[in-house]
Design a protein around this ligand. Structure first.
Ligand SMILES: [Fe+2]
Length: 215
């Protein structure tokens, strides 16, 4: 069954009043953001065509600091959540989120649902790995240590994993994911994620480096 059916039907039922309410909500959301984040969101909304390279450029030019993200820090997240995740801004076709990484936190190996363009700015010494999934076989393409402040582009085909390999450092990351599809949830926070591996042993995995430890 086509999974776009539901969102297509919902689009037809949106009334003018609901659209007005939606734009009021977006305006209120934006006005409550720290200045650097507000400027970033404004640039995203006023840029006609965005791809991962353009988003990386916008992020590199932004002045968003880890302090600007502190209201969304969640270092007390349950261990079962792998890392803290909070929505900062949900626009019409993109989402901005803050992730919180305690020592030992690692994400699953995952893709990004409907994301067509995205980028992540990482404010700490993270570990990052990319993968290829082909013919039922998952292969590690690269695994490396990120420099604090690095920006990583996210395209639709990206399968990756990131985490905090340190013993004593807590840090945040800023994630932006966008799409041109009419969807309610770009990244799969409501369960639309198409690829997510929690247990490597269930798959035929060709890791070129050992899986990181998990808390
Ligand atoms: Fe991701």
């Amino acid at each position: 069954m086509c999974r776009f059916t539901f969102t297509a039907v919902k689009k037809e039922r949106v009334l003018p009043m609901e659209i007005k309410q939606e734009s009021r909500n977006l305006k209120a959301q934006k006005e409550s953001l720290p200045q650097a984040l507000r400027t970033f969101v404004h640039r995203l909304e006023s840029t006609e065509r965005i791809d991962p390279a353009e988003l990386c450029r916008i992020l590199n030019e932004s002045t968003i600091t880890a302090e600007d993200l502190s209201d969304w820090a969640d270092f007390n997240h349950p261990t079962s959540d792998s890392y803290g995740r909070r929505m900062v801004y949900k626009g019409k076709d993109f989402e901005v989120m803050v992730m919180s990484w305690c020592p030992g936190d690692f994400s699953t190996i995952h893709d990004h649902g409907y994301t067509q363009w995205g980028a992540v700015r990482i404010y700490g010494p993270a570990e990052h790995a990319t993968f290829r999934f082909e013919d039922g076989r998952l292969e590690t393409l690269a695994r490396w240590q990120v420099e604090p402040g690095d920006v990583i582009g996210v395209g639709h085909g990206l399968i990756h994993q990131m985490g905090n390999p340190t013993h004593d450092t807590f840090f945040l990351s800023l994630h932006t994911y966008g799409t041109s599809e009419q969807v309610e949830d770009v990244t799969g926070m409501q369960g639309y994620s198409t690829f997510s591996i929690r247990n490597c042993s269930e798959w035929m995995v060709a890791c070129s480096s050992p899986c990181p430890r998990r808390r």
